[in-house]
Design a protein around this ligand. Structure first.
Ligand code: SF4
Length: 325
């Protein structure tokens, strides 16, 4: 991993309007992403974690413009991709791919595996003959640990883990630089999760890939991430090197998430921090610190009125909390 920035996100906002009535009047909005500023370095895996509905998938999809952000800036390789025309965006998509959580829903059930993996090669005119396409697809199948004889089979004939390998083969077909891995193992059995994570890790080494690895579970991202960003109600509340987050979490939300991870040694005592209540609605965000309605710290008035900025509490360890130190 270098310190060279591949993706630079500035004040990214995504609000989904809520419309009602005959004239589709806007009556509010779901504030999914609220001013995220973040860099992703070349060759790293940045883990992005948080409970479901915290905006992490919306953020991931916005980065590759599968969703159009409401405002903000996204630079990829130094270029502002929000200013791209559709033709420029199509070109840029070769560099930015996504692996989805549910490999079954994301693979067209009527297409053979060969067509699914080969389709992006045809769209981007990277192959000139049928033979060249088949050869390349076979090569990609090999990269993800599948045999060439699956070419003419259909997605329903495969297990969840194998389907995810097919999704990965499709994602790497265009030799991208950056892949958003959107909960790629959450739908898989625990025994299969490690295999898929190892495969992603191997491919990263081999093809010098950069990942944004989204998960709702801190445990899942621990081994694959160089850095981890914790998201709550559309904001990054803590960002640090992986080892620092797990050794010394500073935000009360991260502390609570980590305390919920079971430890293998039954004698090792770990006190579980129970989060109060549910995540507030992203339609009506709390005032001040977004976490104040559930925080286990002895909060101060400022928590309810003043939004805590992300502060660098230790080298490369950023925390958005008035009281963290
Ligand atoms: Fe808790 Fe206050 Fe810190 Fe928010 S700012 S996380 S409410 S202590």
């Amino acid at each position: 991993m270098t310190q060279e920035k591949l993706v630079e996100i500035q004040e990214l906002v995504k609000h989904f309007p809520i419309k009602r009535g005959l004239f589709s009047r806007e009556v509010g909005s779901v504030k999914a992403v609220n001013g995220v500023t973040l860099d992703i370095y070349k060759g790293e895996t940045l883990g992005l974690v948080g409970e479901s509905g915290c905006g992490k998938s919306t953020l991931g999809r916005s980065l590759i413009r599968l969703i159009e952000p409401t405002s903000g800036e996204i630079r990829f390789g130094g270029k502002d991709i929000l200013k791209y025309s559709s033709r420029e965006l199509r070109q840029a998509r070769r560099q930015m791919q996504i692996i989805f959580q549910d490999p079954y829903a994301s693979l067209n059930p009527r297409m053979t595996i060969g067509s699914i993996i080969g389709e992006p090669l045809t769209i981007h005119k990277l192959v000139t003959s049928k033979k060249e396409k088949v050869d390349r697809v076979v090569e990609l199948l090999h990269e993800v640990g599948l045999r060439p004889d699956v070419l003419n089979r259909y997605p329903h004939e495969f297990s969840g883990g194998q389907r995810q390998r097919i999704g990965i083969a499709r994602a790497i077909a265009l030799k991208p630089e950056f892949i958003v891995c959107d909960e790629p193992v959450s739908a898989l059995d625990v025994s299969i999760q490690a295999q898929v994570i190892n495969l992603l890790s191997d491919l990263q080494q081999k093809f010098k890939l950069t990942y944004l690895f989204i998960a709702h579970d801190l445990k899942v991202v621990e081994y694959i991430s160089n850095r981890v960003a914790v998201m709550y109600l559309g904001e990054i509340v803590e960002l640090a090197k992986s080892e620092d987050i797990y050794r010394d979490p500073k935000h009360p939300y991260t502390q609570a998430l980590l305390s919920a991870i079971p430890v293998p040694d039954p004698k090792a005592k770990k006190q579980r921090i129970l989060l109060k209540g549910d995540v507030p609605s992203p339609i009506n965000l709390p005032s001040g610190c977004p976490f104040h309605t559930r925080c286990h710290y002895k909060i101060v008035d400022r928590c309810k009125t003043e939004h805590p900025p992300l502060r660098e509490l230790a080298p490369d360890h950023w925390v958005s909390c008035h009281l963290a130190e």
